[in-house]
Design a protein around this ligand. Structure first.
Ligand SMILES: Nc1nc2c(ncn2[C@@H]2O[C@H](COP(=O)(O)OP(=O)(O)O)[C@@H](O)[C@H]2O)c(=O)[nH]1
Ligand SMILES: [Mg+2]
Length: 429
C-alpha cells in the first residue's frame, strides 16, 4: 500500500470503499462522476403516492397534514373539522419533498359503498400503498376495501386514530392518583389506571374485529395526530419504509417526520451510502480548483448536499419552529443543543472552510486510493479531492444526525403521558 498504513487513518467503512469501486469501476473518473450525479438526481425523481382513506370524520385530512409536518392552519394544509367532508380525491404534495404526495380520498361508508367502484373512482393504480383510518373499530366497508386492495395486489395499513381521546375518556373514571373512582355499578375496569392496558384493549378490539372478518394477520397502528412520537406512529413509519420496494425507500424515508431515534438512524444510514456518490459527483465537469487547497471540486453540489442533510434532519428555521410549536417549547431550547450550522448558514465559504479542515487528513488517503481504485488516478487531483469531500460530508452528516437526536430528546423531555389534557393546551384555540 505504498507506505501508507491505512490502520492509522480514520476509518472509511469497507462498504464505502466497495461502493466507490463499484461507482468508478474500470471506467474513467469523469464518466463515473456523471453517472454519480445522475444516480443522485434519480432519487429526487422517484415519485411516491400515498392514499389516505376511511370514514368521514375518522381523521383522514388531519393525518394527511400531520405526515406532511403541517398544522391545519397552514396555507397548504388539507381542511379538517367535524363538518368538513371531502367529496373529491385531493393531492397534497409534501412541502419539502414534492416528489412525495399524500392523497386525501373521499370518505367511505355510504349505504351504496362498493369497494371496487370506489377504488376505480379514486384512481387505484396511482398509489404505492393505502392507509385506512378509523377512530373506532374497523367497519365492514373498511374491511371490504382492504380486501379489494389486497386482491388488486397492493399494500394497506390500518390506522386507529384519536387514541388520545380514548385515553382521556378512560382516565375520567380514575382519580388523580389513578385509582378507580368508587362506583356501585359492575365494572370490568382495573383498580389502577394503566395507559398501556387501555391501548392494548383498543388494539385487541380492532384486531379481533378484523380477524372475525377473515383478514389474515391484521396489523393495526394506534396513533394520535397530536403526538406522532407516541403510540404506534414511529412503528408505522418503520414498517412502511421496510415494506416499500428498494428504489422508493430512500425517497420516502427522507420525507418522514423525525419522531424517533430509529427513523433518524435509518435516515443517517441511507445518506451514508450516498456519500461516495456525492464526492464523486463533485469531481465532475463543474469541478474547479480551490485556492490554497489541493482539492478540485464542485462546491455547488456540496452546498446542496449539506443543505439536504439539514432538511432531512429538520435543522432549519422552519422545521425547528414547527417542532417547537408541536412540543410546546421555546425554539431557543431546541437550538441550544445544536452544534452544527443550520441550513440557512450553509454557504460556499462555509463549505470551503470545512474542506480545509479535512484536506490535510485526506492527503494521506490519496496513495491508498490510487492503489485500491486505479481509475481515480486518471484525474490526479481526484485522489486528494475525493477523500477530502468524503470526510467533510461524512463529518457533517454525523454531526447533523447527532444534533437531530439531541433536538428530539429536548422536544420530548418532560412529555410523560401528555396524551390527555396537555394536548388540548397545545392545540391552537
Ligand atoms: N383528539 C384527536 N382528534 C383528532 C385526531 N385526528 C383527527 N381529529 C379530529 O377529528 C376531526 C375530524 O378530522 P378530519 O381530519 O377532518 O377527518 P376526515 O373527515 O376523515 O378528513 C377534527 O376535528 C380533527 O381535529 C386525533 O388523533 N386525536
Ligand atoms: Mg377530510
Amino acid at each position: 500500500m505504498a507506505g501508507v498504513d491505512v490502520k492509522e487513518l480514520p476509518k472509511i467503512p469497507e462498504e464505502d470503499v466497495e461502493a466507490l469501486k463499484a461507482a468508478v469501476g474500470k471506467g474513467n473518473l469523469a464518466e463515473a462522476a456523471v453517472k454519480a450525479k445522475e444516480a443522485l438526481e434519480m432519487v429526487d425523481k422517484i415519485i411516491l403516492n400515498i392514499a389516505v382513506t376511511g370514514e368521514s370524520g375518522s381523521g383522514k385530512s388531519s393525518f394527511v397534514n400531520t405526515i406532511r409536518g403541517l398544522r391545519d392552519e397552514d396555507a397548504a394544509a388539507a381542511e379538517t373539522g367535524v363538518n368538513e367532508t371531502t367529496m373529491k380525491t385531493t393531492a397534497y404534495p409534501h412541502p419539502s419533498y414534492p416528489n412525495v404526495t399524500v392523497w386525501d380520498l373521499p370518505g367511505i361508508g355510504t349505504e351504496t359503498f362498493k369497494s371496487d367502484t370506489y377504488l376505480k373512482q379514486v384512481g387505484f393504480s396511482r398509489y404505492d400503498f393505502f392507509i385506512i383510518i378509523s377512530c373506532t373499530r374497523f367497519k365492514t366497508h373498511d374491511i371490504e376495501l382492504a380486501q379489494e386492495i389486497q386482491r388488486q395486489g397492493k399494500q394497506f395499513y390500518f390506522v386507529r386514530s384519536k387514541v388520545d381521546q380514548d385515553l382521556t375518556n378512560e382516565k375520567r373514571h380514575y382519580d388523580q392518583a389513578g385509582i378507580l373512582e368508587q362506583s356501585n355499578a359492575p365494572t370490568k375496569r382495573s383498580h389502577q389506571y394503566s395507559e398501556s392496558a387501555v391501548l392494548e384493549a383498543i388494539r385487541e378490539n380492532c384486531i379481533s374485529g378484523l380477524k372475525a372478518a377473515k383478514v389474515t394477520s391484521p396489523r393495526v397502528f394506534l396513533v394520535s395526530r397530536w403526538d406522532l412520537g407516541k403510540y404506534d406512529y414511529p412503528k408505522l413509519q418503520e414498517v412502511l419504509v421496510d415494506e416499500l420496494p428498494g428504489h422508493k425507500r430512500h425517497a420516502f424515508l427522507r420525507s418522514l417526520s423525525n419522531v424517533s431515534k430509529e427513523t433518524l438512524e435509518k435516515k443517517k444510514q441511507q445518506l451514508q451510502m450516498q456519500i461516495w456518490l456525492k464526492s464523486l459527483a463533485s469531481c465532475g465537469v463543474a469541478a474547479v480548483p480551490l485556492p490554497g487547497l489541493s482539492t478540485v471540486c464542485d462546491i455547488a453540489i456540496l452546498v446542496t448536499s449539506l443543505k439536504e442533510y439539514c432538511r432531512d434532519f429538520g435543522l432549519n428555521e422552519n422545521a425547528l419552529a414547527t417542532l417547537a410549536r408541536q412540543a410546546n417549547k421555546p425554539i431557543a431550547e431546541l437550538k441550544a443543543v445544536i452544534k452544527s450550522p443550520l441550513s440557512e448558514e450553509i454557504t460556499k465559504d462555509l463549505v470551503i472552510k470545512l474542506l480545509t479542515k479535512y484536506a490535510a487528513g485526506a492527503v494521506k488517503y490519496s496513495t491508498y486510493l490510487l492503489n485500491v481504485i486505479p481509475a481515480v488516478g486518471s484525474v490526479v487531483s481526484a485522489a486528494v479531492s475525493l477523500p477530502t469531500t468524503y470526510f467533510m460530508l461524512q463529518n457533517f452528516l454525523d454531526d447533523a444526525a447527532a444534533d437531530a437526536v439531541r433536538v428530539l430528546e429536548v422536544a420530548v423531555k418532560g412529555d410523560v403521558s401528555n396524551s390527555g389534557k396537555q394536548h388540548e393546551n397545545t392545540r391552537t384555540p
